[in-house]
Structures are given as C-alpha cells and as structure tokens.
Design a protein around this ligand. Structure first.
Ligand SMILES: *Cc1c(COP(=O)(O)O)cnc(C)c1O
Length: 455
C-alpha cells in the first residue's frame, strides 16, 4: 500500500468519525496500535479493474467490489447509457406507471429463461429479493387454498441476505446468532451438497446425491407443510465459495415437483455469467434441457455493479394465482425505488455487453487462464480444496491463526490487490474484463499475501 498522504489520511479519519461501515468491527479501524488493526482505504476513483486512492495507490479489484462489478469501474458503455437515461427519466413510481427500461429489462430477462419465468418483480437489494420470493411463495399457496404450506427449506451454510426476514433462511452464525430471537424459525436447514464433504472414493455427484437423499427424506414427511426450498445454485458464496455438483439441482427440481414445493434459485451472486452459464441453474439438465426454478432472485451483477437493483422472476402460474377482484389476494409488496429507470438502464447496458461481446465464450478462456495461474497452488503444503466454477476460484488455507483473513487482506493490499478471504477461504471473483496482465498480477499478490500471512 502506498504511504498515506494527507488526503488519504484525512478521508479515512473523517469516514471513521462519521460513517458506520458494514460488515465491520469499527474498533478494528480505530486503533492503529491494535494487532487486529485494519486501515480504511479511501477510494478516489475507479477505472477498469483498478481502484485508486487519493495518493496514486491502486488496488486490483479481485472480488468485484463484493461480487457486483462485471465490466469494470467507469465502464464507458454503461456510463453512456446512464447519461442518456438521466436526460430522459431519472425515476418514476412503478405503481400505476411504467417505463421503457423496466419493460425491456423484464422482457429480456424472461427470454433468458426460455420464457418460463414470465413476470419480473423489482426491488433494490438482494435481501429484499429473498423476502419477496419467500412472501410470494407463501402467499401463492394461501391464494391456492393451501395456507398450511408455510415452511421454508434452506441449505447448511446458506446466505440469502441479512434483513430479519432473509435471516430466516440464512445459516451463517456470525450474521444470525445475535438476532436469533427476532428471526422466524419456520425454516429447516438441510445438509449442503458441498463437494468438500466427499468421503474417500466419493465424487462431487455422490455428495450431491447424499444431500438430495436428505431433502427427499425431509419432504416425505414435511412436504405438505413446505412452501419452498431456497438454494444458491452451484456455489454457496458466503459459506466460503462452497461448490457443488449440478446433480443436486437436478434432483432438487424433481423432488420439489413431486412434493409441490417451490424451488427458489437465489442467483444474486452466481447469476449473470459468474459460473460459466448466464444462470447457474442452467448447468443442471433434465432430458437435455436446463431445469428452471419457480422463482429466481437476481441482484449484484445485474446492474453491472453500478446501482442497487434486485429482481424476482416468477412463473406465470405463480403470477396468475394473485389475479382476483380482491386486493388482499394481490402481492402488495413495494419499495419506493422499485424498478428505478437508471438501475434498469444500467442492467440493459450490461445485457448488451453480454450479447455484443459474447462474454460467456470469452469468459471460458479467461477462466482457463485463471485455473492455469492458480494450478501451482495445488502443491502448496497449506492449501486445500483448490476449486473453480467459471469466474469464481477458491482454495482453503490450513492455519490456526484466527486473524488469517485480516492478515491476508492487508498483505494483498500491500501488493495492490483487493482480496478479502472468508475465514480461511481465499477466493477470486474478478470483473470479467480482467486481462492476462491482471490475472498475473493477482497471482503474484496471492503468492506474496500467502507468504506474508502464513509467516
Ligand atoms: C449478497 C447476497 C444476498 C444479499 O444481497 P444484498 O444486496 O447484500 O442484500 C443474498 N443472497 C446471496 C446469494 C448473496 O450473495
């Protein structure tokens, strides 16, 4: 990291004094003499994969600013689309009114699901999308005369957001335990198909089948009371990039159909090409065709990492269950900025880039280069479970140091990279525009940060 200039120091001091930062023990920023101390990084601007501080210091954004950025900071095409949108309509309420960006975005997302998810509901953040999907499922069953279907299923280690409602289906103790008395307990946690749980001789598909058997057993008994199963397809992000075989999704789809249970795919992190297909669930097939969820949550990358936007896509059959003369049978959920035109425009510009630049094909080559860069780590004595799915790569580090994550993060900053391990899991989730030089840069930063934090 560059030596702090007066501008850097000023902004970090003022931020510390006035801003309550998320996901942070603020005490760790406060006292430079504490062993756990972490400096705040003031960012003056971003360009491409790089973030710049006020002093010429720079950091390669190896985790896409919390998994949101797809095509770089200050992307000229998204910037131009937003400037044009600003000149025509910045915002209008979406109850009783509509506009071009929200219509086009809904049409295009539905088309990307092969037309199976015909309607799009809008909010601003991922946790709200989770809550919308849960409420829609519950209310659907009520409208269909099945109010007893009111319970939800999620997987061990699942993360679906941190609002009080979303915490019901989030299984990450550090985020949930303090609020346990507030959280609705009508969610059951099932074994995860995490491929790291393979017994000797077991393949990832075997682990998936084992986890699906637990789902089957639960549904045999509780299916009639279950509204929905919610999953992060293929990669459980906040669990530490826990990856699993598509076989689990295939079996879960069949079991949900058998037991009349909705399958909610939370693709907030894994959607938008992250795992190699536009939607992660497409890697699970039945009869040669991709499975489809009943409800699909999107956020993070969908706006290119530009603006808060989340979307829940649903089957038309679900939508139809809310049509009635009675207002009480309608889905009355609303947020002030629902369907914001600027955010929808950023999403449309993002989808344009996917199409015009054939991003899924280009990413396949980049993913191979990332794999080649990381491959030598497999021989590192402290590295376990080197794994990758598309543009997400991760490995676990054997260490007893409770501060490993923080030490690695700091060391990576010293080597001009933003990498923020989850516990002992180091992961890469770079913007798709990263080039060979950027991949090599991350490789050097990982090597150096590993050496420094294991010393
Ligand atoms: C980030 C995330 C969320 C929550 O989104 P927010 O916008 O942070 O509320 C939900 N689910 C998954 C899988 C996520 O990665």
């Amino acid at each position: 990291m560059s030596s702090p200039s007066s501008a850097n120091v000023e902004w970090l001091a003022r931020s510390q004094a006035a801003v309550w930062h998320p996901c942070t023990q603020m005490q760790h920023h406060a006292n430079p003499h504490q062993p756990q101390h972490l400096p705040l990084v003031p960012v003056a601007r971003g360009a491409g994969v790089w973030l710049y501080d006020f002093d010429g210091g720079r950091f390669l954004d190896g985790i896409s600013s919390w998994w949101t950025n797809l095509f770089g900071h200050a992307n000229p095409r998204i910037n131009a689309a937003l400037k044009a949108q600003l000149e025509s309509l910045e915002h209008v309420m979406l109850a009783g009114f509509t506009h071009q960006p929200v219509v086009e975005l809904s049409e295009r997302l539905s088309a990307l699901t092969g037309g199976t998810l015909g309607h799009a509901f809008y909010a601003s953040d991922g946790a709200s999308a989770t809550e919308i999907a849960l409420k829609m499922s519950f209310h659907y069953w009520r409208n269909r005369g099945r109010p007893e279907k009111s319970e939800f299923l999620c997987l061990a280690g699942s993360y679906h957001g941190e609002t009080v409602g979303a915490l019901a289906v989030t299984d990450v103790a550090i985020f949930k335990d303090a609020y346990a008395p507030l959280v609705r307990s009508a969610a059951h946690v099932l074994p995860a198909p995490d491929q790291r749980l393979a017994e000797p001789g077991e393949t990832p598909a075997d682990v998936a089948r084992r986890a699906a058997a637990a789902l089957a057993a639960w549904l045999d008994e509780h299916g009639p009371r279950t509204a929905a199963l919610i999953v992060e397809p293929l990669v459980q992000g906040a669990a530490g990039m826990a990856m699993y075989d598509p076989e689990y999704l295939r079996l879960a789809r069949q079991l949900c159909d058998q037991h009349e249970v909705h399958l909610i795919c939370d693709e907030i992190a894994v959607g938008c090409g992250r795992t190699g297909t536009f939607f992660a669930h497409e890697q699970a097939e039945i009869d040669g065709r991709p499975i489809r969820p009943d409800l699909l949550c999107l956020s993070k990358g969908i706006s290119g990492g530009y603006l808060p936007l989340s979307i829940v896509l649903c089957r038309d059959e679900i939508y139809a269950a809310f049509l009635d003369d009675s207002v009480a049978r309608a889905f009355l959920h609303s947020h002030s900025y629902t369907g914001n035109p600027l955010a929808c425009r950023a999403a449309l510009a993002t989808l344009d880039i996917f199409r015009e630049d054939d991003i899924l094909t280009v990413n396949r080559q980049k993913a191979q280069k990332i794999a080649a860069m990381l491959a030598p780590l497999a021989a590192h004595p402290r590295v376990r479970h080197l794994r990758q799915r598309g543009m997400i790569a991760a490995f676990d580090v054997l260490t007893d140091d409770p501060h490993f994550s923080r030490r690695f993060y700091r060391a990576a900053l010293d080597h001009e990279a933003l990498l923020r391990p989850i516990g002992n899991t180091v992961y890469l989730m770079p913007p798709y525009i990263i080039d060979d030089a950027g991949i090599a840069h991350l490789g050097r930063a990982i090597e150096a940060a590993l050496a420094a934090s294991l010393a």
